[in-house]
Design a protein. Structure first.
Length: 191
């Protein structure tokens, strides 16, 4: 009986030790990435077996690969993060950004909609969805999303600028000027 208890204690302690080690690797990889030591962060995450990687690990791998221009690999990593946790909105957001950059606005919009379902107060998802609609020439949808973004984060200059641009395209020059003035005011205060 004592052997069984002893074995159980050893198994629990080894599990805690492995969890602590993975946690340290995650923290160290995030720190390396933040310090722009990208290769070191990438190689460190690769030491974690794929079945043990967290959605954050997959996201970081995707970000690094995207930075390197390896977009197919980045897309795979973002999808792995989502397969690991369908509610990990950051992976869906980055996947949307990748699609937007690749001139796939419809696929980007799908991802941004998924982000908004998970995190309805994420202004950048609305903003980027507005940019995707702008690429499609759907100006009213773009306007609506830029307005949502501004409601959530009124101090973001680009939100105002793109709304002004969209309103100008919609021949609403007075309204466009209002948002262009907001843009200029924000830019003056940030200098």
């Amino acid at each position: 009986m004592k052997r069984i208890v002893y074995l159980a204690v050893i198994l629990v302690l080894s599990g805690i030790s492995a969890f602590a080690e993975d946690s340290m690797i995650n923290e160290q990889a995030n720190m390396l990435y933040a310090e722009n030591r990208i290769e070191e962060a990438f190689n460190l995450i690769l030491t974690i077996p794929s079945e043990m990687r967290t959605p954050q690990n997959w996201l970081l791998l995707g970000n690094i690969l995207h930075d390197k221009g390896k977009n197919d690999d980045a897309e795979f990593m973002y999808n792995q993060a989502l397969a690991n946790d369908i509610k990990f909105y950051k992976a869906a957001y980055n996947l949307g950004n990748l699609y937007l950059e690749q001139e796939k606005p419809n696929m980007a919009i799908e991802q941004y909609k998924a982000v908004i379902k998970l995190k309805p107060d994420f202004a950048y998802a609305y903003y980027n969805m507005g940019c995707a609609y702008l690429k499609l020439g759907k100006l009213k949808d773009a306007r609506k999303n830029f307005l949502y973004a501004i409601d959530l984060k009124p101090t973001e200059a680009d939100f105002h600028y793109n709304l002004a641009y969209t309103l100008k395209k919609l021949n609403k020059t007075k309204d466009a000027q209002i948002y262009l003035d907001y843009y200029n005011k924000i830019m003056e205060n940030n200098i």
